[in-house]
Design a binder for this molecule. Sequence first.
Ligand SMILES: Cc1ncc(C[n+]2csc(CCOP(=O)(O)OP(=O)(O)O)c2C)c(N)n1
Ligand SMILES: [Mg+2]
Length: 371
Amino acid sequence: MNNIKEAAAATEISEAILLNAFRLMGTAKAMSAIYEANSAFTSKYVHATSRGHEAIQIALGLQLGEQDFLSAYYRDDSILLSIGMQPYELMLQLMAKRDDPFSGGRLYYSHPSLNRPGMPKIPMQSSATGMQAIPATGVAMGIQYLEKQGLAVAETGNAPLVVCSLGDASVTEGEVAEAFQMAVLKKLPIVYLVQDNEWDISAHAREIRAMDASEYAEGFKGLEVRSIDGTDFITSYQTVREVFSKVRTERRPFLIHAKVPLLNHHTSGVRKEWYRDDLEEQQKRDPYPKFRNQLIDFGFSSDQLDQIISNCDATVQIDYNKAMAAEDPRPEDLYLHDFAPTPVTEEKGEREPAGKEKTVMVDCALLLSRN
Ligand SMILES: Cc1ncc(C[n+]2csc(CCOP(=O)(O)OP(=O)(O)O)c2C)c(N)n1
Ligand SMILES: [Mg+2]
């Protein structure tokens, strides 16, 4: 690749990032394909993949830093790959293996929790949809508290943010409304990423909601929205770059509404053919050929891209075999990782408001009801 075209340069996304994103997209696609090809084995372990959602997920994952916090949901395996997790590591969780880095083989695929240097921090994720919204918003409130108290001083322009990733259907939940409310009230440094594939397992958007996430967000004054084609890597990367930069400097919430197709089964527990009549139409929106064509237009050669894809396929096959052979949890592991030790064992610092007498919350409530 010597003469990358002006069109590519105009995106202000480097060649290295474009090719890395393509490699990640090829990896996610190869993982989905190998799980499907071995479904008699893999479907014993409930899992969902990001097939169809890869472009927005990779665009976002590549721009998270180690200062950030991520609440990813079960469909976010491309986000996990793009923060640097290896296919082998994700497969360890798929197959409930002992060395699964997220949960030691206890939780389903793509249920991450991570505190690893160089990567965003991931609080443990629930399988219950939408339940990440309030804790993730709480993390953003924690960041704001540390900044207000002068307990955390961030590098200018690179202050931490929280990403809370949600499916379109989960946004209809009350939990999510509460989280949005607090984010706009307190102007928290959080980005809600809503991946809108129009499906809520087998219920279509027209059966479960009267509006989409961007229309809904209009009711939350101060929640700025970007509604985009989440299958377009370039648009997705540029939107995430702009939004992250604003949140890192202006410290206020955003919502990115990314429209995507769902190209795989909802999870391994159901078959899309049973209830969907939009498969052909959604297939046309596959982000992978779209990105490949863009790269060809930019001047990358098809040989170079094909080479990347065959490396992805080979790596994924090797990792799959390695994960199959990895050790299962041992019975005694049941007693490990109950609670993480906390460094905070006593109260220090100034309570708010300063100088006031300490009062237990229940006493405050009793006092109120008496008066
Ligand atoms: C609180 C809760 N209700 C219902 C379910 C069952 N459930 C699992 S996934 C899902 C659909 C979620 O759709 P969406 O949020 O759009 O995400 P998608 O799977 O389409 O990416 C439902 C209803 C659940 N896990 N948790
Ligand atoms: Mg959905």
